[in-house]
Design a protein around this ligand. Structure first.
Ligand code: MN
Length: 287
């Protein structure tokens, strides 16, 4: 079995804008990020009840990103997105949005108008995925991945939704710039599934529902598990309740990471250039 490096308790939650109540599970600004590349960050928007709101939808107004990709997985509720590359849409339960910021983008993230007026529970994951140096200046792009375009693979007792990567010869929905797996998984109570992942991948998982034994260690919802880079299986044994989790990782990008707010580049000079370009309006506007 692949050795567990560490199991992290969920850190304190905070608000992102007035629309997303998140548990910041890891970040490229922390020590743990050595073991998460090519993933830079994960915010888990924990299930949060919103009352009906007839005014402006809650969320986060226009803000920039550059040098990486943001991946939003809607689990409950609806998020509306618009960006300066002309991308946009509503991300509904089960849908995924894969946004490549590349050389620079401005976007906004709000509750959808319908969800806002109706109220209800919002739950989502937002991953930040690093871009290799050679792709940091790529053109901004937006992949809308509706639920029905994401393959579901039965593996052991698990139903695995392949957002990105490959399992049993079946390819995930997203185009990526480096070798990445991003899977959402349901394992029924007392069910079991084993995965042999490439030995050169960083591998992580975060549990969202139910308790599971992971390679023999008990893991609870909102806990993050990191593994050593080595061969060996990841074995998930659901306990008395149905389990939902995200399993993800990939080949680490072995390059310097310099982060400043919404920009992640390789050098400080590149960060200063992104700040200048954004201030000069070179990332464009949201129509
Ligand atoms: Mn953003």
């Amino acid at each position: 079995m692949r050795t567990i490096r560490q199991i992290y308790q969920a850190p304190p939650k905070h608000w992102v804008g007035d629309g997303f109540y998140v548990s910041p599970l890891f970040s490229h600004m922390d020590e743990v990020s050595k073991h998460t590349s090519p993933f830079l960050m994960l915010d888990y928007g924990v299930p949060t009840e919103f009352s009906p709101n007839s005014g402006a939808p809650r969320g986060v107004g226009g803000h920039p990103h550059a040098g990486f990709e943001t991946v939003t997985v809607a689990l409950q509720g609806e998020v509306a997105h618009r960006d300066s590359s002309g991308g946009g849409g509503i991300i509904r339960e089960g849908d995924v949005q894969w946004m490549t910021a590349g050389r620079g983008i401005v976007h906004e993230e709000f509750h959808s108008k319908d969800f806002s007026e109706r109220g209800g529970v919002l739950e989502e994951l937002q991953f930040w995925v690093n871009l290799p140096r050679e792709f940091k200046e790529t053109a901004p792009e937006y992949q809308a991945l509706p639920k029905e375009t994401i393959p579901v693979v039965k593996h052991g007792d698990a139903a695995v939704r392949l957002i990105a990567g490959e399992l049993n010869g079946i390819k995930g929905a997203a185009r990526t710039f480096s070798e990445i797996n991003l899977w959402m998984m349901d394992v029924p109570a007392r069910g079991r599934a084993e995965f042999e992942l490439p030995a050169n991948h960083n591998v992580m998982l975060v549990l969202l529902r139910g308790d599971a034994a992971v390679n023999g260690s008990m893991v609870k919802p909102t806990e993050l598990v990191t593994f050593e880079i080595e061969s060996g299986k990841v074995c998930i044994q659901a306990q008395d309740e149905d389990v939902k989790l995200a399993l993800f990782g990939g080949v680490p990008i072995d390059e310097p990471v310099v982060g400043y707010g919404p920009f992640v580049m390789n050098t400080r000079e590149e960060i200063l250039e992104k700040i200048r370009a954004f201030k000069a309006g070179e990332f464009g506007l949201i129509d």
